[in-house]
Write a protein that binds this ligand. Structure first.
Ligand code: ADP
Ligand code: ASP
Ligand code: MG
Length: 412
């Protein structure tokens, strides 16, 4: 018998009618002879509401209690789907993260899955033909006995991890779009669904802002060779359509130079003006940030001539912006800089494609096309299969559309 994990995101379980629709998808797969573990998110908007309540309750809340609160959204949908499945005559039971258990690290709010004991789920398949409805997003830190959560979008990761643990033949991620697109279809109506995308490209797309899959889920799928398929929960359960398979690069026949465009508004720019330019200055700036667990992404140092000072521009995530500024202000006398400017209204636009490995000048084309639209580039980074530019946020749509057309993706 084949084994399948089916994951349904927030919009797909937004109300009882949609949960019934989800149950019909599950019923179809069971009738075709698969043992099914379903992973569900909270109803759409629920997690935001729970996060909001924590913030309202206290400015500095205990992260263990935050996890206790935000994990509850998934508890509800797991129970509801089990009820609906039972009502349809499909044997099913819900599983909370701590019941399986899905063991994680202790990093509350962004825990990593360490181990899943899938014995009880597999036993349920074998002896009762039971669908396991697993609450996504949540886990257990064994030593402290506390509930943890995996970070926003974490149910994707729960799904891939459960798939690896039960040895599933496939992990289907059902969402509100019918696959992975060349860019966010909400921003570019001309975006095209990809039949296949390489793991590495999906990893870059996700880390550079395409939130269709959580980054960690792609890492896990890649490491454990989980065949992951992104598809729509809004398809007719009796006649589902194609989605996007995340697969090895070798399994993609026709490879474009650029596969997709991603963007992230979760970026803030900091510029230190007239930094005293001597060996060790970069370390003096970035070590304290690293020690405070602040990730620095793009870095530009303006080459100094003979003035003995330089300008240093870099980006941090918006969540770390205030903290980073305050650390640097405190260290101003030690580092030696004249002023600090910050900007939140920026966006990072990235183009991704394994074809970039073998093609020169891919990024240069983008710089020219953006310049022609009057878009100023504040920072650039490149690596083997992607490049990113930092620009003013007001130009997000124009820049994404420009690059989408430039690389021939409108007609992909
Ligand atoms: P779920 O609640 O099912 O987990 P998400 O909202 O987390 O769904 O992810 C799906 C959304 O991701 C889509 O509605 C779409 O707007 C967005 N998205 C961003 N980039 C892409 C992309 N390249 N392809 C498909 N969807 C994308
Ligand atoms: N409900 C969680 C969130 O909104 C997890 C998820 O949907 O994947 O982040
Ligand atoms: Mg999601």
């Amino acid at each position: 018998m084949s084994r399948l994990v089916m994951k349904f995101g927030g919009t797909s379980v937004a109300n009882i009618e949609r949960i019934r629709n989800v149950a019909r998808h599950v019923e179809r797969e069971r009738k075709s002879g698969a043992d099914v573990a379903v992973v569900v998110s909270a109803m759409s908007g629920k997690t935001n509401e729970l996060v909001g309540w924590c913030a309202e309750a206290s400015r500095l809340y205990d992260p263990r209690e935050y996890d206790c609160v935000v994990a509850s959204g998934e508890q509800i949908t797991a129970g509801l789907l089990a009820i609906v499945l039972q009502d349809m005559g499909v044997p099913a039971r819900s599983w909370q993260g701590w019941q399986i258990p899905i063991l994680t690290s202790q990093s509350h709010g962004s825990a990593r899955i360490a181990h899943i004991n899938a014995d009880a789920i597999i036993e349920g398949f074998a002896s009762r033909g039971e669908v396991a409805v697993v609450a996504g997003f949540q886990g257990l830190h064994k030593e402290s006995g506390r509930i943890t959560t995996l970070g926003r979008g974490g149910s994707d990761t729960s799904a891939v991890a459960v798939a690896a643990a039960i040895g599933a033949d496939r992990c289907d991620i059902y969402t509100d779009v019918d696959g992975v697109y060349t860019t966010d279809p909400r921003i570019v109506p001309k975006a095209k669904r990809l039949d296949r995308i390489a793991f590495e490209e999906m990893l870059e797309m996700a880390s550079l802002g395409a939130k269709v899959l959580q980054v960690r889920s792609v890492e896990l799928a890649m490491a454990h060779k989980v065949k992951t398929y992104v598809r729509s929960s809004f398809d007719d359960p009796l006649d589902p359509k194609a989605g996007t398979l995340i697969c090895d690069e070798e399994d993609i026949l026709e490879q474009q130079v650029v596969t997709g465009i991603a963007f992230s508004k979760d970026e803030a720019q900091i510029t230190l003006r007239k930094v005293v330019d001597h060996p060790g200055v970069a370390a003096a700036i970035f070590m304290p940030l690293a020690e405070a667990n602040i990730n620095v992404d793009m870095i530009i140092q303006v080459a100094s001539e003979n003035s003995g000072v330089t300008d240093m521009t870099f980006t941090v995530s918006t969540a770390d912006f205030e903290r980073a500024k305050s650390i640097l202000h405190k260290l101003q006398p030690q580092i030696g800089f004249e002023s600090l400017n910050g900007a939140m209204e920026v966006v990072k636009i990235s183009a991704i494609g394994v074809g970039m490995r073998s093609h020169a000048g891919v990024a240069a084309m983008a710089f020219k096309a953006l310049a022609e639209k009057g878009i100023n580039i504040r920072a650039i980074t490149t690596s083997e299969i992607k490049f990113s530019v930092l620009i003013e946020a007001a130009y997000t749509e124009l820049a994404v559309r420009t690059l989408h057309t430039l690389y021939g993706l409108d007609k992909a």
